[in-house]
Design a protein around this ligand. Structure first.
Ligand code: ZN
Length: 359
């Protein structure tokens, strides 16, 4: 099944290139809602920014497919008298990759450009040669001479900062860029909505296509919306580590490789019968898949849905991703197609009032 079209790829680029830092997801959410609007019967936006579309609203049985909308970022935490900006994380941003990156500082005057500077290799003598970036030594330079000049640009403590980078294609096989975690998931669920609409599928239940905020700081948007929707079933999509690149440890982190298909996770929060339905769906439709195991929690919105209300049968379909939380996250195009196809086909296999009775 070919999923990505010229038009949907255009949406993918627009959506991924929009910024959606945790807590400030509006720009991305507007684009996402605008796109899915044409494929759903109703849309909804909660007060913290989680958005969803409903296909076939009003049924007693509710099925959720979900991704998270937010991307990792930084906060301005301190401005020195000589005009350098210190940061703290907003989500799991990686200090190691920061030096020499260009950044966008989001202010009420719009974007202010900056760079993470770093002392030159020539001047790093002795033990400083391998001086390591840390959250408390990295700094942003916006080209200002002092604190007043920084403030005059509209920058203040609490402004959010993102890396300045755009989505691109690599060797025709991979998409590469920042925030594929998990905006590529938002793309996949939007594509599922498009397929259901265009293929004129009549679902026997209400389908909620949910793009949650604030996952990167602890699954918060999903917690809120799960308790609002109170679904009967939830299929979550997120990214997981492709462990095939240098220095990854397949034995510890799971033996997963881009291009070999979606990853299905075994974990206490994952409902065995729903997982079994997804595996059977993959096999029946010849969609490749890989397996992973998570001790305790999955660390994804799956946990938030599974443990909401009095328990919601939930499962996780993950996209293998290289270099997570860098600006060169890489996802294989065939995996994006397969994640979308697997969610779509699984929805077709779920019946009205589907029983997930434990035994
Ligand atoms: Zn993440």
């Amino acid at each position: 099944m070919k999923v990505i079209t010229k038009a949907s790829e255009k949406f993918m680029y627009q959506y991924l290139n929009a910024t959606s830092p945790t807590g400030f997801e509006a720009e991305g959410q507007k684009i996402w809602l605008e796109y899915i609007k044409q494929y759903v019967d109703q849309t909804y936006l909660d007060d913290y920014g989680t958005a969803y579309g409903i296909i076939n609203p009003g049924k007693d049985f509710k099925v959720v497919i979900e991704a998270h909308a937010d991307e990792i970022a930084w906060y301005v935490n301190y401005v020195s008298d000589d005009g350098y900006i210190s940061v703290i994380r907003n989500g799991g941003s990686d200090h190691i990759i920061a030096p020499s990156k260009k950044v966008n500082i989001h202010t009420s005057n719009g974007i202010v450009k900056g760079v993470f500077g770093w002392p030159a290799i020539h001047v790093r003598k002795g033990k400083d040669l391998n001086l390591a970036p840390k959250v408390d030594n990295i700094f942003i330079d916006v080209g200002a001479s002092d604190k007043e000049e920084v403030e005059s640009l509209g920058i203040h403590v609490g402004c959010v900062i993102t890396f300045d980078d755009e989505l691109s294609s690599l060797n025709d096989k991979y998409y590469v860029g920042k925030a594929l975690d998990n905006k590529m998931g938002g793309f996949c669920i939007a594509e599922v909505a498009r397929l259901i609409h265009n293929n004129k599928i009549e679902l026997p239940y209400s389908l909620y296509i949910v793009n949650s905020v604030q996952e990167e700081i602890g699954l918060r948007g999903a917690e809120m919306i799960a308790n609002h929707i109170k679904p009967n079933v939830a299929i979550i999509t997120d990214v997981t580590h492709d462990t095939s690149s240098p220095m990854m440890k397949a034995k510890e982190q799971g033996d997963l490789k881009g291009g070999k298909g979606p990853v299905l996770t075994y974990a206490p929060a994952v409902h065995n019968k729903l997982l079994q339905l997804i595996i059977e769906t993959a096999e029946k439709n010849e969609i490749p898949y890989q397996r992973s195991a998570a001790s305790r929690s999955t660390g994804t919105d799956t946990d938030a849905f599974a443990y909401s209300s009095s328990g919601v049968p939930a499962a996780l379909i993950s996209l293998p991703l290289k270099y997570m939380h860098t600006t060169v996250e890489m996802a294989h195009k065939e995996d994006i197609e397969s994640v979308t196809a697997l969610i779509y086909q699984s929805l077709l296999a779920i019946q009205n009032g589907h029983s997930f009775k434990y035994f």
